[in-house]
Design a protein around this ligand. Structure first.
Ligand SMILES: Cc1cc2nc3c(=O)[nH]c(=O)nc-3n(C[C@H](O)[C@H](O)[C@H](O)COP(=O)(O)OP(=O)(O)OC[C@H]3O[C@@H](n4cnc5c(N)ncnc54)[C@H](O)[C@@H]3O)c2cc1C
Ligand code: SF4
Length: 329
């Protein structure tokens, strides 16, 4: 591990001030950052520990939504009674991630900013990785092992899949991310928070050097209570998604008035599927409708030799998530 200095910030102002210098990185639960420092992928000259900051509460907003502080632990969010009942897709997504021990440490802000699990990105012995070293190439695209990689949202520079489960649920819930920097605060719809790799896979989110995520808002929603998350992976637990789906539907009798669909494990960012949502609107709750929506969602997929199976798998997890949200499974 490269030597670094450590500062525990006890106030937001000191964290923001310290974060402005280049080479400084924030640390919250540490489950991602320490891992990458040990591997030599992250080499901060200074770590600013933000665990002394106050963003640790879950509160009702005036309009009936929920505000969740960036330092709320993944397990506390997953088991919160209002999240369990009003936003079940979020609770299920969080509980499908990592292990109980990791969820007890991992925070909302850290989960939003976690980095890809692409094996070539994590192995500093492999030089070709545009995300780690801009302009160096891409070992995955250059004949690499792509079983875990994305089939949606890739570019000629990077096809790394986004690893988060939580973020997939947040996309289906139209969550808002609050970001604060030296120049003030802004609120970003979670669908715009993560960036496609394009020609610059090293830039993964809209968060700039020195900015902090302070929390997220879950707006009140007519579809969130009828929602589900389904994840397919190599082991029954403690494994990243090969394909996952978050589905939320608002019903008028047996007719779907509105729907939200998002995928994980198959795309370079948490992936909202408006194609699937359009195919669901106005239709009745039945498996044949869900299968058509799932097929529409994957029409733009670009699999490579080694990950073609993800196209069918993603459709199956979405059908199952919709069946669960619709109460027919
Ligand atoms: C073995 C293992 C298995 C895992 N399995 C899964 C899984 O199945 N599904 C899944 O979704 N995740 C999984 N994870 C990832 C895990 O969820 C993340 O590591 C965790 O959510 C990161 O949160 P943290 O608080 O520990 O972040 P940290 O490690 O502290 O930080 C992560 C990044 O976020 C930045 N950061 C943290 N908080 C803030 C903030 N408030 N503002 C600005 N920047 C911030 C840090 O600078 C760093 O870049 C797994 C991790 C491990 C180690
Ligand atoms: S897919 Fe992206 S993260 Fe993986 S090696 Fe290629 S550039 Fe690096």
């Amino acid at each position: 591990m490269t030597p670094f200095t450590y500062l525990r910030a006890e106030a937001e102002a000191s964290a923001l001030q310290a974060g402005c210098s280049s080479g400084v990185a924030f640390i919250a639960g540490g489950t991602g950052m320490v891992d990458l420092m040990r591997l030599g992928v992250e080499k901060p000259v200074r770590l600013v520990d933000i665990n002394g900051l106050p963003w640790k509460t879950i509160e009702r907003t005036r309009d009936g939504g929920l505000f969740v502080g960036a330092l709320v632990k993944n397990s506390d969010l997953a088991w919160h009674p209002e999240v369990r009942t009003r936003f079940p897709v979020l609770s299920e997504a969080l509980l499908a991630g990592a292990s109980p021990q990791l969820r007890n440490m991992a925070t909302v802000g850290g989960n939003l900013l976690q980095r890809t699990r692409c094996a070539y990105f994590r192995d500093v012995g492999i030089s070709a990785c545009n995300k780690r070293t801009p302009g160096s190439g891409c070992a995955a695209l250059d004949g690499g092992f792509v079983r875990m990689h994305a089939v949606l949202g890739g570019s000629d520079h990077c096809i790394a899949a986004h690893p988060s489960d939580m973020c997939v649920a947040l996309v289906a819930l139209d969550a808002i991310v609050h970001v604060r920097g030296p120049r003030g605060e802004r609120s970003v719809p979670v669908g715009e928070f993560h960036l496609l790799p394009g020609a610059h896979p090293e830039t993964e989110t809209v968060v700039a050097q020195g900015e902090l995520v302070t929390g997220i808002t879950l707006p009140p929603s007519a579809f969130a209570a009828r929602s589900a998350y389904v994840k397919a992976r190599d082991r029954a637990s403690y494994a990243f998604a090969l394909a996952s789906a978050a589905a939320a539907i608002q019903l008028d009798g047996n007719v779907i008035r509105d729907a939200r669909v998002a995928f994980g494990g198959v795309a370079t960012k948490p992936w909202r599927s408006r194609e699937a949502e359009q195919a669901l609107a106005g239709q009745s709750v039945q498996t044949a409708v869900f299968e058509r929506a799932a097929a529409a969602a994957m029409q733009g997929a670009s699999p490579r030799p080694g990950n073609e199976f993800k196209v069918a798998l993603a459709q199956r997890v979405l059908v199952r998530a919709l069946e669960r949200a619709g109460g027919i499974a």
